[in-house]
Design a protein around this ligand. Structure first.
Ligand SMILES: [Zn+2]
Length: 59
């Protein structure tokens, strides 16, 4: 499954374990933290939370 990063527009690749998932996903291109809601391999919602490029990246 693929979602588009709301910050940089890059495609984030998620494997099938994310087919039913609600939570945070990090874009490895721009370090943006996204909150996503996925149901039955469909993207229900994507929300931009913040950039985690700084040193306080605790994830
Ligand atoms: Zn990004």
């Amino acid at each position: 499954m693929k979602i588009n990063c709301l910050s940089c527009g890059h495609t984030i690749d998620l494997d099938e374990t994310y087919s039913d998932y609600e939570g945070q996903v990090k874009c490895y291109t721009c370090s943006a933290l996204l909150e996503v809601k996925l149901e039955e391999s469909l993207v229900k919602a994507v929300k931009f939370l913040k950039l985690t490029r700084s040193a306080d990246d605790g994830i």
